[in-house]
Structure formats: C-alpha cells, structure tokens
Design a protein around this ligand. Structure first.
Ligand SMILES: *[C@@H]1O[C@H](CO)[C@@H](O)[C@H](O)[C@H]1NC(C)=O
Ligand SMILES: *[C@@H]1O[C@H](CO)[C@@H](O)[C@H](O)[C@H]1NC(C)=O
Ligand SMILES: *[C@@H]1O[C@H](CO)[C@@H](O)[C@H](O)[C@H]1NC(C)=O
Ligand SMILES: *[C@@H]1O[C@H](CO)[C@@H](O)[C@H](O)[C@H]1NC(C)=O
Ligand SMILES: [Cu+2]
Length: 679
C-alpha cells in the first residue's frame, strides 16, 4: 500500500466516522444493530441508569426495534430508496433492581423515547454473564462442597449448566428470578451431559446472586466415563464408514452476491440478519418474475420464534425440564461459529453476529451464519418423450438452491436451522437436531432389569437412560404475497361418490372444497386430521386464468403435543396446540411463548392472541408453523446423535403463470470431470 492510498483511506474513514456520529448510519432498516450502535445504546442508557458491576442494572436483550411496516414498505418500494427509511431504534429489556424495564432508544435523536417497567408474569432471557456468575457462586457454597465430598467426588471435575425452572402454578408474588444449577461430572470424559450428578437441588436467585435453596437427597450410580468420546483425535481405529471426499465444483465462483446484509441469488433477493433471540431473520424476500419483469414480494419477515422442549420424567430431578430455548437462553446468543467445509460447504460466505453483553458491551460471534449454494444431485425438472416415432427427447435441469444456515447449541442440543431458497419459488425451512441426549443415571444396565417400572426413556448405555421428550420448533412467517393484504385458504380434498345419473363405472373420486378462513379461530390447524391444502393467497391478485396468487404449505410430520392441556408446561406452550395458526399482523406479537418466556404463565402466547379471534380475510396476516418431534431416544443417539431432520416448504401455488424455471438453462460445468458411469 502506497502512502497516498493510506492517506486517502484515513480521510475516507474520517468522513464516515463523523457523519455516522451525527445521524443514523445509512443502510437497510432491517440491518442488525452494529457495534457502534450497541455502544451508543449503552452510552445513552448509562445517562439515565448507571451501568456497571456496582449497579443493579443489566442488559438482558438488545435488538432492533421493529420498524413500522408501512414505513419500511414505502422506503423499500421507492425508486432508488429515495424515500427516507424509518427511524432506527433499539429495543432493550433490562433488569433494573429486580424489575424488567423495556427501553426504546432512538439513534437519530440519541435519546430514550420509551421507558416502562414490565408488569405481569415471566422474566427476560438469561445473560451468559449471570449464568457464569451463578456457577461461580455455587463453587463457593460450602454445603455444595460437603455434598461433593460425601459422594466421594472431586469438585475440580464438576461442571454446571443453568436450567430454567418453569412454572407450576405459583402466583406472581411467589416467584423469583431463580435458576436451577445442574452439576455434571467430567473425570475422564468431555461428554459432560452424559454424566449428570443427580439428587442435588441447587437454586440461585439471579437478581440478588444468592443460593436460595440447596438440597442433597440421594446418590445414584454415576454412568462411567468411558465410551462417551466423540472427538476424532481421541477415537481409536477402526474408522468408518469411509466417505469419498465430495465437493461441489464452482469453477466460476459462487452464484450469489452479498451486499451488506442483502443476498441476491438467481431469481431471489432477501435481507439476512441476526437477532440474539431468534438467530437468523430473513426479511423482504422477493422473487423475480420474468413474465412481469419485476420482483414480487413473498416473505416480509420470517424467523424462529420459540423452541419448546418438555422432558417426560415427572420426578424431582426432572419435572422442571420444560425449556423455552429461544426465550430462556436466546437462540441467537447460543449460536456458534460455523466451521468452513464442515458446517458449511466450500464456497460458503460467512457473517458475524453481534449482541450486547451484560453491561451492554458488544460481543461478537464470528461466522455465526453462512450462505451457500447447495447442489445435492437433485433434479429441478425433467421429461423424456419416448412416444413420438423417430424422435427422442430428454430435457433435464439439475436443481440448485441457496441456503442461509445457523447452528444454535443450547446446552446439550445443537439445532441446525436452514432457510433454503429454490429457483422454482419454494422456501424450505429445515430443522436438524443433533448433539447429545439429556440422560438420567439408573442402576440398570439391561432392559430385563426394569420389569414393570416406568423409566420414561430408553437405556442407551450402562446405567444411562435417554429420557423421552419433545422438540417443538415454532417459526413466525409474515408472508406478504404480492402485498400485505392476504387471506388463508383451507382447501379440503373431499371424497365424492359418483351420481347415479352419471354414466361411469367409477364409484368415487375426490374434489377440492376451498374455504377461506374468516377469523383466527378458523385458521387453527392440526396437521394430519384432514386432507387439506393450506394456502396463503392474495385475493386481490389473480393469474390471467383467475386463480388467486398464493403460497401453500407443504407440511412435514403431523406432530402435536401429548401433555395434558391443564399441565403447566402445556399451558405455557399452548402455541404448540396447533401446527399452523394465522394471526393478524401486530408488531408486538412476535414470540410465540411470550416476550417474557422464563417462568411465563401462558398469558402472553400465540394461543392467547388467537383467542381474540380477529378477522383475517384480506388482511395483513402472519403464519405460524410448528415443526414437532417426539423423541424416544435410541442407542444410535449415543454418545452423539446423528442429525434428525424435519421441516416444511412454502411453495408457490398459482403465483406464477407457468413453471418459473422452464427457461432456466442447464448448469455448464465445462471444467468438471465428465460424469461417466464406471463399468
Ligand atoms: C457510565 O457512566 C459513568 C459515569 O460517567 C462512567 O463512569 C461509566 O464508565 C459508564 N459505564 C459504561 C458501561 O459506559
Ligand atoms: C436510480 O439510480 C440509477 C442508477 O444510479 C439511475 O440510473 C436512475 O436514473 C435512478 N432513478 C431515479 C428515478 O432516480
Ligand atoms: C481432582 O481433579 C483435579 C483436576 O482434574 C486433579 O488435579 C486432582 O488431582 C484431583 N484430585 C483428586 C483427589 O483426585
Ligand atoms: C398488539 O399486541 C399486543 C400484545 O399482544 C396487544 O397488547 C395490543 O393490544 C395489540 N394491538 C392491537 C392493535 O391489537
Ligand atoms: Cu431430542
């Protein structure tokens, strides 16, 4: 670099720094808060509420304050974005002297524009710092050391995780912001979740940082440390199965373009952001329609809203295990740095995530999201025409898709969340579960020893039961098909008997009976009960053949809750009572389990909002979809679990006039080795 370049560089950055300090930095209204903005939030709040280790004010959530939708849309649709973007603001939830405080900070006026105390149930997301502080506290707690000694364990080999405690009918006045500390024993294994130390109840109040309860009841057989290794460097031969190195060749480089947080690829354009609670946020996804020569809106905003994991062991050491991973711990905060070539394939582009720590200090998770093209040997479409004499036709187009991925590791589980875009217009949302089971130590090593007793799980190795549980992964999808005014159509497929008068040997056939849901109640769907297509349509936009432009849901497994409706965890997680819900758009209704999920009472859930039974026909509506898994552990899930996948697809239905990928040219891999079958 020549000195001249250097001078110019300094000059340019000086201009940028000075202009950005006067007004909000330019960019996209959905851009995540930058490091500079997070620091500004801290500075502005510090003027009203002293921040630091000696004060009782901590940041629990800091994120972009959802900008007004109409302002975003007028900015977005204006030519060259000449219309001013909405004001840029941060939404903060803090703990302030034992209360939850909600603050909105405005960047252009550099002021707090809204400030109120949360009244009602539930607590905000835990911060990493307070979880670490709680662990330190227990290590200094004498009765804990005594219990460890009594069990003949070595305290240096103990590690902790923090567990939320749920809610079991206590009144609001009776609850405190308490977590339960779960001890695990290393001693020869790093696979800590497979070596729980059971029988200790250790509660820590996070607001006052005190151990508020300590009970030591029993000692249970500790599962042995051996056989739990999963690090390649420590495993012993033989290795296998052997996989040939596989790479996708991209001789011309990746086919997508990342401009700030905007991703453009094939016919898609969308904004990709990070939130400490949701993880990835996709917004303003639109697809180019060659017939009308413009981009058409599909998804205004889509993201993970909650993950609910109830365990099925009602005993003292387990009953509370009913987690709301995003609301309790933060599905973005627990997201991990992705590894090139293994978490994401060659050619992937990575993005960092930044969030505010305990005292508002920006904390970075490098490479927390990745974007890559996936070619997995799938066929986009094909046809062989063999019936025309003297003419053989085969046309085939290989399928390529674009994936935005995040992996969030909430304790023992690793959740892989993929947003996949297809040139045909589909958006597929995939959830992969992997990681390590939560297990319970038992005396048994063989199934035959159990007898009639109910052990709520499967013996996966000596003295170890993988406990039965569910995973309910709920997404919030604000679809805006060609605009905000949409309807939800349940298109039932019904069997009909042929009329006597019709001259046919057939006795039956099926036909469609579409019904537009008028209210939220009519749009609650349990999958698998009926043959029906679920379609979000824009009734104001029809194809030239009169069909309403829409996107339908191609659902995954029909998995719903099995807990009793009056069981406390299910009251709190009533948003899982249906797989699909439609609500009227409301920018405050974002988190299916409530804004304050920790110890919530179920009074601010999607199920409660839906009870308002608002009219939803030809309105701005939001779709909620829950991917459910009942998990009966098996021995293959030990010592780590091969990925278990689920998901669903949003597929255009009468959105285009014809096959949108008809004229997509086949990929030409001229540099690639010829694919000749070996004999
Ligand atoms: C808050 O302001 C006080 C007083 O100006 C200062 O000493 C302290 O460092 C600030 N804290 C943070 C986290 O900025
Ligand atoms: C928008 O920007 C493009 C490229 O800079 C320019 O050619 C075009 O004239 C602009 N249109 C308007 C309406 O300003
Ligand atoms: C306890 O564990 C520590 C750290 O792993 C080790 O250094 C120490 O020797 C152990 N103590 C006993 C009594 O085994
Ligand atoms: C939006 O949602 C919040 C939270 O559920 C609720 O308090 C508010 O009344 C709703 N607004 C409208 C206009 O329905
Ligand atoms: Cu599981």
């Amino acid at each position: 670099m020549t000195p001249l370049h250097f001078t110019i560089f300094i000059f340019v950055s000086f201009i940028f720094a000075s202009s950005s300090s006067r007004s909000a930095p330019p960019g996209h209204p959905f851009d995540p808060l930058t490091e500079t903005e997070l620091k500004l939030v801290r500075t502005i709040i510090n003027k009203s509420y002293p921040i630091g280790p000696n004060h009782k004010f901590t940041f629990q959530y800091v994120g972009l304050n959802e900008p007004d939708k109409s302002l975003v849309l007028s900015w977005h649709s204006s030519v060259n974005h000449t219309v001013k973007p909405p004001p840029r603001q941060a939404f903060v939830i803090a703990r302030d002297n034992g209360k939850s405080r909600e603050i909105v900070v405005d960047f252009s006026s550099r002021a707090i524009v809204s400030d109120k105390i949360h009244v009602g149930n539930g607590y905000p997301m835990l911060s990493s710092y307070e979880q670490e502080a709680a662990i330190e506290l227990v290590f200094k707690f004498k009765p804990f050391h005594d219990a460890v000694t009594k069990r003949g364990l070595n305290v240096s080999e103990i590690v902790f995780t923090t567990s939320t405690i749920g809610w079991y009918g206590e009144s609001e006045a009776e609850t405190e912001r308490v977590v339960r500390m779960l001890p695990f024993y290393l001693d020869g294994s790093v696979n800590m979740y497979l070596r729980p130390i059971e029988g200790m109840t250790i509660l820590v109040n996070l607001d006052v940082m005190k151990v508020t309860e300590f009970k030591d009841r029993l000692t249970v057989t500790m599962p042995k440390a051996n056989g739990k290794e999963y690090r390649l460097s420590k495993l012993k031969p033989p290795f296998g199965p052997t996989l040939q190195n596989a790479v996708v060749l991209q001789p011309d480089g990746p086919g997508f373009n990342v401009d700030g947080h905007i991703v453009r690829w094939a016919n898609w354009e969308f904004h990709l952001s990070f939130d400490v609670r949701a993880g990835i946020i996709i917004s303003l996804a639109s697809i180019f329609d060659m017939d009308v020569n413009k981009y058409r809106q599909v998804l205004y905003k889509g993201h993970l809203s909650e993950i609910f994991i109830p365990y099925m062991d009602p005993s003292d050491d387990w009953y509370f295990a009913t987690y709301f991973d995003c609301g309790d711990f933060g599905c973005g905060k627990c997201a991990v740095s992705l590894k090139p070539y293994t978490d994401c394939p060659a050619g992937a582009v990575f993005m960092d995530g930044i969030f505010a720590g305990q005292y508002g200090t920006p904390t970075k998770i490098p490479n927390v999201m990745c974007i890559f093209e996936k070619y997995a040997g799938d066929i986009m479409w094909r046809h062989t025409e063999a019936e025309i004499p003297n003419l053989e036709i085969t046309e085939v187009r290989p399928d390529v898709s674009l994936i935005a991925r995040i992996v969030t590791t909430v304790g023992n589980y690793d959740y892989i969340v993929d947003y996949e875009f297809k040139p045909s217009g589909s958006i597929k949302i995939g959830v992969g579960l992997t990681g390590v089971l939560e297990v319970k130590p038992v005396e048994y090593i063989h199934k035959s020893e159990i007898g009639e007793e109910d052990i709520q799980g499967t013996i996966v190795t000596d003295n170890t039961v993988g406990v039965n549980h569910d995973h309910f992964v709920t997404f919030r999808l604000d679809l805006d098909i060609d605009g905000t005014q949409n309807s939800f159509v349940r298109n039932e497929l019904v069997t009909k008997r042929t009329a006597k008068s019709v001259n046919t040997p057939r006795k039956s056939y099926w036909t469609t009976r579409p019904k537009t849901a008028k209210t939220e109640a009519e749009a609650r769907v349990k999958l698998g009960l009926k043959a029906e297509e679920l379609v979000v349509v824009n009734p104001n936009r029809k194809t030239k053949h009169g069909n309403e432009a829409g996107y339908r849901i191609l659902s995954g497994a029909a998995t719903g809750p099995l807990l009793a409706q009056d069981d406390y965890p299910q009251i709190r997680a009533a948003f899982t009572n249906y797989n699909v819900w439609i609500t009227l758009y409301n920018r405050s209704e974002v988190w299916a389990g409530g804004l304050y999920a920790d110890q919530s009472h179920g009074d601010d859930t999607l199920a409660v909002w839906s009870q308002r039974n608002r009219e939803i026909e030809n309105k701005d509506i939001v779709m909620w979809y829950t991917v459910g898994f009942h998990h009966v552990p098996s021995q293959e899930d030990f010592p780590t679990m091969p990925t278990l996948s689920g998901g669903f697809e949003l597929r255009p239905t009468n959105f285009f006039e014809q096959n949108p990928v008809l004229k997509s040219k086949p990929i030409k891999l001229t540099n690639a080795e010829k694919c000749i079958p070996k004999n």
